[in-house]
Design a protein. Structure first.
Lengths: 327, 390, 314
């Protein structure tokens, strides 16, 4: 246990964790939105995120992005990537809802049927994306788990360098952009849900679907809206991920999705601000744990957090509520 | 296209219903004979399409085997895999189909079963080395295969209870995610705890009924897995019998009652938690048994073999086949293990196909291909309620 | 689990309903229940004597169901306690309460809808049996069967007859497993209970397909199957027509005659007056009267509480 390292550079590790957690938080929003309204876990949401990273990769490849472009170009390509990712992720989420969830809802299927469907969908998306990637074994071998696919790199759009240093803690430009962008997206979503007409509809359906339907809220439209919103947030996360790590792979979603789900549960699933808090917290805890032990144990942290939270405080830190209305 | 699928499905259902009715109309003696015939057939399968004792083949049937084409897999080997998957499906069916708990971490129990025999039975395992040194045993000493078996079952049961104890109070979908995490944690432990499991190097020399793998082994060798299949199918038949006994006793009734109305069951004196825990432990033991046989057969395991994807495959076998019905889940298991082997063209797309199958079955026919009659009714009732409330 | 667990028997001593020295079975002792600031039960005390039929009545919202839930362990009282045969009820889990001898039916029927009527009742009888998973699995524990429990030889001849004879002989020599005996006893007793409530003809029908009245009867049979000393009926006549109510009255008396104590929560005043030995009246969470039906119906406070409500629809 490396306490010296952790406490010697506590600020640095915290900043690293926050930047990491910002992405979890953005993905967690998708789980939270769907759970808040439909009370079900959209297991396929992690794949919505992965589709976003593929869209970013596709756009950047198509426009011929090279490493470290000038600032104006980088900004343009980031916006382009965001648009593509948001479109792809939002679209995927919408397709999932229309093709799979809506027929199940019509039939009043039990929650586990939704979950199994979502797992199947998740597998389908992973495999379709996998067809786009070259395989690691040169096309001759398959394992029991299918063809292992290569991790593909993307051009570095912004070179990571320290932006400023406060009390020995340096924040890189990439971390800064990640955090700010995540917070802005989060604030926009919060505003949308709490201040606009559409948001009111979402909150109404979340609180009481029957009454909302009687008051003339179109439930199907609200549900489509939340899937799209969750998808767009996942798209933003995909862009930030691409910018930060510069890699993607079709099976990226599984672990990342579980972590984002953990973040949502930690903050209180169904609660937008909870997703932010849970994501940031989980990121920080993970970085601390990786420093204390070894980064190969990093993934265990999220699962342990998940089990502990569910056992002792299943409503999470901030409680389950979409739009503050449900106790 | 969807309508066409439904039409085909309706016809298949009618046929199935006919078979079911005919089966129930048989007398006890006739049922016994039919069952015995099926058992005999199960043991005949390795020579499927051939006439035993001769070299004659039956042309139509033989093409169903996987070894009568270029680069096909060993037929007995495929049968062994099928038997292992059937065992897994029957175990998972106790948890998912009977007790109604979705366990996505079943691969964890499979892994624990496999690692039990590897760690205690193999001469190359750090655990055996440690035991040799501590108790001053000869360097050829390791735990006998036959003793590894109860160890594996006990360890998996204990891990099932340890996982179930804190988590069974959770809501169904939360439980599913937590178990998924458990499956992944087991794999990470196997990978990271190199001083115990040798990490990603894996463990070889895992024993079978005849001891450590060697060329001298008469029956349970690495080349011809026929006897491995016989062993596995024997275990499967025994376990089918055991689960059938449970299903048709107060235990089965308690599971059903809990699934239908847990509060009312509690008022009738059914301690839900206890029976759920039993379901978890029994399911875990069966999964561990499957892992145990798997590790013995291949004599080598490493953490990558216990990918969470297998967990999802296991769930797919149960739900596609028809959860709650042993015939159904066994059928699902055989289907998902056999088809990719026989039709090599789809091998690359097998996971895609599994995913599509899961979605299609859930959207079109959530009770599975060969459903349990009760499960089918439960789901139909929910659908009717939904239709009535619109 | 309580060490005072005793098994009630179906044909216990018949206790006459005349007044006299009686044993208290259930003791509701100064029970107060608050939900936040709301007082749901305010210092309620009453006793239930062995072998009687007690009616618990009161206008809507008087706290009948709340009181019922305290008695069956669903809620824990804020202060005071409920004792059953000297054992504290509060704080026990529902299955433990069933074990000490309290059973109940539900106001809104809660059967196991996809199980047959017989299976529904068998779930109740199972709670008094000893074998569990190992017993059902291995069936090693053997018991010497009584002569009437031996397998019967019924087949006319041939192989089936030989087989049955072998089974009978081996049961004589080796005994039968306790699991098998209990399973048969459960089935026999469940059928007997179905006959008792009058729906044995539908034993193999799925519960949800039974007509409404039969579902209510099945619930009673299921509650009786746990061999309770006290059976609590929560508005058993809801939705019944007068003829069915009359049959229910007879059934309730028969239940008492089998040796069970009955607690009846009911809206229908006529039903309550016709069958109960004693009535406890609740209003706004407090007890306002306790006595024989005729005493209670003359009580001015009871009349005031029910004022303006027609007596039979109250």
């Amino acid at each position: 246990m490396n306490f010296d390292e952790l406490f010697g550079h506590l600020g640095q590790h915290t900043v690293d964790g926050l930047a990491k957690g910002a992405i979890y938080a953005l993905i967690a929003l998708g789980y939270t939105l769907v759970y808040g309204v439909l009370r079900l876990i959209n297991f396929a949401h992690s794949e919505v995120f992965v589709v976003g990273t593929f869209a970013v990769l596709g756009v950047w490849t198509a426009v011929g992005l090279e490493n470290n472009p000038p600032v104006a170009q980088a900004a343009l390509f980031l916006l382009l990537g965001l648009a593509a990712a948001a479109l792809a992720s939002g679209g995927t989420a919408l397709v999932i809802e229309r093709l799979a969830y809506r027929p199940l809802r019509r039939r009043n299927a039990p929650p586990l049927v939704f979950l199994i469907t979502a797992i199947g969908l998740s597998l389908v998306i992973v495999e379709i994306l996998g067809q786009l990637l070259p395989d690691t074994l040169g096309g001759t071998m398959t394992t029991l788990f299918g063809r292992p696919r290569q991790v593909v790199g993307m051009p570095t759009i912004i070179e990571s360098k320290p932006l400023f240093t406060i009390a020995g803690t340096s924040i890189t430009n990439v971390q800064f952009i990640t955090l700010i962008a995540a917070l802005v997206m989060m604030a926009l979503l919060d505003w949308f849900i709490n201040r606009t007409k559409y948001g009111r509809g979402v909150r109404a359906v979340a609180q009481n679907p029957e009454t909302a339907a009687l008051m003339g809220v179109n439930q199907d439209r609200v549900i489509m809206l939340i899937f799209v919103l969750g998808g767009v947030m996942a798209g933003a996360a995909a862009l930030l991920w691409s910018m930060r790590t510069g890699i993607t792979q079709n099976e990226l979603g599984f672990v990342l999705g579980l972590k984002a789900f953990t973040a949502a549960v930690l903050g209180g699933i169904g609660n937008l601000r909870g997703a932010l808090l849970g994501g940031l917290l989980l990121g920080v805890v993970e970085v601390y744990a990786a420093t204390l032990y070894n980064s190969s144990w990093e993934d265990v942290v999220a699962f342990v957090v998940l089990v502990v939270v569910l056992m002792f405080r299943p409503t999470g830190l901030l409680g389950e509520s979409l739009g503050r209305a449900r106790a | 296209m969807i309508d066409k699928l439904r039409e085909v499905d309706d016809r298949r259902r009618a046929l199935l219903g006919g078979i079911g009715a005919r089966w129930r109309a048989l007398s006890r003696g006739q049922r016994f004979l039919a069952g015995a015939a099926m058992v005999v057939f199960a043991y005949y399968l390795p020579s499927f399409g051939k006439i035993p004792g001769t070299n004659l083949i039956i042309p139509g049937l033989v093409s169903l085997r996987t070894d009568y084409m270029d680069g096909g897999s060993n037929w007995s080997g495929v049968l062994f895999t099928c038997a292992i998957y059937v065992l897994v499906a029957i175990g998972l069916n106790v948890v998912v189909g009977l007790a109604g708990l979705l366990d996505l971490g079943y691969i964890g129990f499979f892994a624990i079963g496999a690692y039990s025999v590897a760690l205690f039975g193999s001469l190359n395992s750090p655990v055996v080395h440690w035991l040799q040194q501590t108790f001053d045993l000869p360097s050829t000493w390791a735990v006998t295969w036959a003793i590894c078996l109860p160890i594996a079952v006990a360890l998996t049961m204990i891990s099932g209870v340890l996982l179930g104890w804190p988590t069974l109070r959770l809501r169904g979908d939360y439980l599913a995610i937590v178990t998924l995490g458990f499956g992944e944690i087991i794999r990470i432990f196997a990978r990271n705890m190199t001083e115990v499991t040798r990490g990603s190097q894996g463990i070889n020399g895992i024993p079978g009924p005849e001891g450590a793998p060697s060329a001298d082994n008469q029956y349970f060798g690495l080349i011809d897995p026929k006897w491995w299949y016989f062993l596995a199918i024997t275990v499967v038949l025994l376990m089918v019998f055991a689960v059938w006994r449970l299903e048709n006793s107060r235990v089965g009734r308690a599971w059903l009652a809990i699934r239908e109305d847990e509060d009312a069951a509690a008022v009738m004196g059914v301690y839900g938690f206890k029976y759920k825990l039993w379901a978890f432990a029994i399911g875990a033991a069966l999964g561990g048994l499957a892992g145990f046989l798997f590790a013995s057969r291949y004599a080598f395991i490493d953490p990558t073999q216990f990918n969470v994807r297998l967990s999802i495959l296991f769930v797919a076998m149960v739900v596609v086949g028809g959860s709650g019905n042993m015939v159904g889940v066994a059928f699902g298991a055989v289907l998902l293990a056999y088809l990719p082997e026989r039709f090599r063209a789809i091998e690359d797309y097998r996971w895609l196909a599994f995913g599509v199958a899961m979605v299609l079955v859930m959207v079109l026919r959530p009770q599975g291909l060969i459903p349990s009659r009760r499960r089918a009714r439960e789901l139909e009732d929910r659908a009717k309620e939904a239709a009535a409330s619109v | 689990m309580s060490d005072q667990t005793t098994t009630a028997t179906g044909d216990g001593p018949k206790i006459p309903s005349q007044p006299g020295p009686r044993r208290t079975l259930l003791d509701v002792d100064h029970v107060v229940l608050r939900f936040g600031g709301v007082v749901a039960l305010n210092d309620v005390s009453f006793q239930l004597y062995e072998g009687e039929i007690l009616g618990l009545i009161g206008p809507n919202g008087a706290g009948k169901t709340t009181c019922f839930n305290v008695m069956t362990g669903v809620y824990k009282p804020t202060s005071g306690e409920v004792r059953f045969a000297g054992v504290r009820v509060s704080g026990r889990k529902p299955h433990q309460i069933s074990r000490i001898g309290i059973s109940r039916t539900f106001q809104n029927i809660r059967l196991f809808p996809e199980m047959t009527a017989l299976e529904n009742v068998m779930v109740g009888t199972d709670s008094r049996h000893k074998t569990s998973v190992p017993g059902a699995l291995f069936r090693i524990y053997r018991v010497k069967p009584k002569p009437e429990e031996l397998p019967q030889v019924t087949a006319a001849g041939g192989l089936p007859r030989l087989w049955q004879q072998v089974r009978r002989g081996s049961a004589k020599i080796f005994g039968l497993s306790r699991h098998v005996l209990e399973e048969r006893a459960a089935e026999k007793k469940s059928l007997e209970l179905l006959r008792f409530v009058g729906i044995d003809g539908r034993a193999n029908e799925v519960a949800r397909n039974l007509p409404y009245g039969d579902q209510r009867r099945l619930e009673i049979a299921r509650a009786l199957a746990t061999e309770p000393k006290l059976i609590c009926l929560d508005e058993p006549a809801a939705g019944f027509n007068p003829a069915e109510k009359e049959q229910l009255l007879t059934l309730i008396r028969q239940i008492r005659d089998r040796g069970h104590t009955v607690l009846l929560i009911e809206h229908d005043m006529r039903l309550v007056m016709g069958v109960t030995d004693r009535v406890v009246v609740l209003e706004f969470g407090s007890k306002i009267a306790d006595g024989t039906p005729s005493e209670v119906s003359r009580d001015p406070r009871v009349i005031a509480a029910y004022l303006g409500e027609p007596v039979d629809a109250a």
